[in-house]
Design a protein around this ligand. Structure first.
Ligand SMILES: Nc1ncnc2c1ncn2[C@@H]1O[C@H](COP(=O)(O)OP(=O)(O)OP(=O)(O)O)[C@@H](O)[C@H]1O
Length: 542
């Protein structure tokens, strides 16, 4: 089958196990800035097909862990739905939630701290079995006469074809089958039937204690993840990092989940061990038909293991699609920037490295419009400023960003600017800021005594000497407003004059390929140029 057909067939036949709609998870810490929640996940939509591995990447703090934890209901969603097999699990509570939790597990990054050092490895893996009273013995009764069936003794009746015990009721005797996941022989199950008219009662008793079954299950799990049965009575500190992560994986599989969130499962491991654990995860996925959300920093690992990738920034999914296609031809400016930082083994790819200014804004005060607007190298400019040189435009952006941060945080403009520019030294006043922003190449050099003694208006004039007149007048007005103490009006002036749809409207997810890839960027609208040629033209200028 050709690549295209394979992809198409995957899309049409892939049945979603997890569907996420408009999901938000906010943390409201109620501190000094308590009125503004941390918008860790801020409205995401995607689905994960049964048996698929969806990668989740993005800079530190963009909300990956929070999203993963919300999917398995370790965090409470603020809004939106998480459909699991079509059922919204964000509304579950009490015993219903406990029952569902068996289906969705999480493996944590740091096997060192996620395992209780006072418990033996066997106890650690066994704990979820104890908590959930495993096994609950679901029993399916197969009756060719289709009579009404009731069950007495051990177990609860189910019509699920994945029942722990299946009893086929014949005319004179019964046959019993035990599902593979239950470490017990059929001979341990005693069954008798009582017929009364059109109904039949099945009496069932299991001759093995749950405690023994749990120990046997743990020993099986140890073998499944490549450890040995004898490791049952050892303690986590007696193991290497890779072995400890295997223990964490065994624990997550104990209750036979369908869905596992892998939160940086190999980041804390030596490179030589990473490949082994990744291979194990792939084998387990195949063996048990698992569906994964794979959270990672390491993009090469994601490229290797994931079917599709979602790229996250400031609580939003910026781009989502088939892994190889997304890596080879990123469509979203953020994906483009993120991937440009890693070397591409494909000699045909001529992607230049894009260095993003500063760090992402605080999720407590995300920018309006597109979340990436304050750092986007190809942000849409108002028509009258499209031909302004890069350095001037960068200066305008930076000044706007400094004022935005100043407005939102109770730290001085000096500190914010220093941080944004990555400088060691601070600014004395707004003229210093303008100098730094519009003449960055002079920042590193010592100012002469003569330069230092220049009057502010002369320094401002000098700082803006290369700035086109159409821009200069607005910067000068902004400086006047700042000097008069009206920073927020200065920021408004810059936004009104130099802002665009990127600051004014939230983008939508636009389809960017015929394989279902979507990107969250205004540039995909027909009236604008696509991000890639704009990147190319900017990089050509450098
Ligand atoms: N319990 C919490 N209370 C308040 N804020 C939180 C809490 N947990 C996370 N955050 C904040 O939510 C945002 C998203 O954090 P999260 O850990 O989900 O990001 P991440 O992408 O997983 O980061 P990393 O890659 O560093 O693990 C961050 O700003 C973080 O500080």
């Amino acid at each position: 089958m050709s690549e295209e057909l394979l992809t198409e067939s995957r899309q049409t036949t892939a049945e979603p196990l997890v569907e996420v709609n408009g999901l938000k998870t906010y943390y409201d810490t109620g501190g000094m800035l308590g009125s503004q929640p941390v918008k860790a996940v801020d409205g995401v939509d995607f689905s994960i097909a049964r048996g698929e591995t969806l990668g989740l990447v993005g800079e530190s703090g963009c909300g990956k862990t929070t999203l993963g934890r919300t999917l398995v209901q370790l965090e409470t969603a603020t809004d939106g739905e998480v459909l699991f097999d079509g059922r919204d699990v964000t509304t579950l509570s009490g015993s219903e939630l406990k029952k569902w939790r068996r289906n969705a597990q999480i493996v944590f990054q740091d096997p060192e701290s996620s395992l209780n050092s006072r418990m033996t490895v066997g106890e650690i893996i066994r704990e979820p079995l104890d908590v959930h009273g495993w096994p609950n013995f679901t029993v399916a009764v197969d009756d060719p006469q289709d009579r009404s069936v009731s069950l007495s003794g051990d177990g609860t009746l189910t019509d699920d074809d994945q029942a722990d015990i299946t009893v086929a009721v014949g005319d004179d005797d019964q046959t019993v089958a035990v599902r593979e996941g239950i470490p017990m022989d059929e001979s341990a199950v005693k069954v008798s039937t009582t017929e009364r008219g059109s109904s039949v009662t099945v009496s069932l008793s299991v001759g093995v204690s749950k405690s023994r079954l749990r120990r046997a299950r743990v020993r099986e799990l140890l073998k499944t993840v490549g450890l040995q049965e004898e490791h049952y009575y050892r303690y986590p500190h007696q193991f290497s990092g890779g072995q400890r992560q295997r223990v964490g994986i065994a624990r997550s599989l104990a209750l036979e989940p369908e869905f596992v969130v892998l939160d940086e499962p190999v980041s804390a491991l030596d490179v030589s061990v990473q490949a082994k654990v990744l291979n194990l995860l792939e084998d387990l996925q195949e063996q048990f038909g698992l569906t994964y959300l794979f959270i990672a920093h390491d993009l090469s690992v994601v490229r290797h293991i994931c079917d599709r990738v979602a790229v996250m920034y400031l609580g939003h999914i910026m781009e989502i699609g088939e892994t190889e296609e997304l890596f080879q031809n990123p469509k979203n400016p953020y994906t483009y920037s993120l991937l440009s930082a890693i070397p591409d083994p494909d000699p045909e790819t001529t992607r230049e490295r894009v260095t993003l200014r500063g760090t992402p804004p605080s999720p407590r005060n995300p920018p309006s419009g597109c979340p990436f607007s304050t750092r986007c190298p190809v942000k849409i400019r108002p028509t009258e400023y499209r031909d302004i040189d890069e350095q001037t435009w960068e200066g305008i952006e930076l000044l706007g960003d400094i004022l935005r941060n100043r407005e939102q945080q109770s730290v001085g403009v000096r500190e914010r600017a220093k941080r944004l520019l990555g400088l060691e030294t601070g600014f004395d006043d707004i003229v210093d800021v303008v100098e730094e922003v519009f003449m960055p190449e002079t920042v590193e050099t010592e100012q002469s005594a003569a330069e230092r003694s220049m009057a502010d208006d002369e320094r401002l004039e000098a700082a803006l000497s290369d700035v086109p007149a159409t821009v200069k007048t607005h910067i000068e007005t902004a400086v006047e407003l700042i000097e008069a103490g009206d920073e927020s009006q200065a920021h408004q002036l810059l936004t009104d004059e130099f802002g665009s749809v990127c600051e004014h409207e939230s983008p939508e997810h636009h389809p960017v390929s015929d394989t279902g890839r979507a990107s969250y960027c205004h540039r995909h609208r027909s009236e604008y140029d696509e991000p890639e040629p704009v990147f190319d033209s900017h990089l050509d200028h450098d």
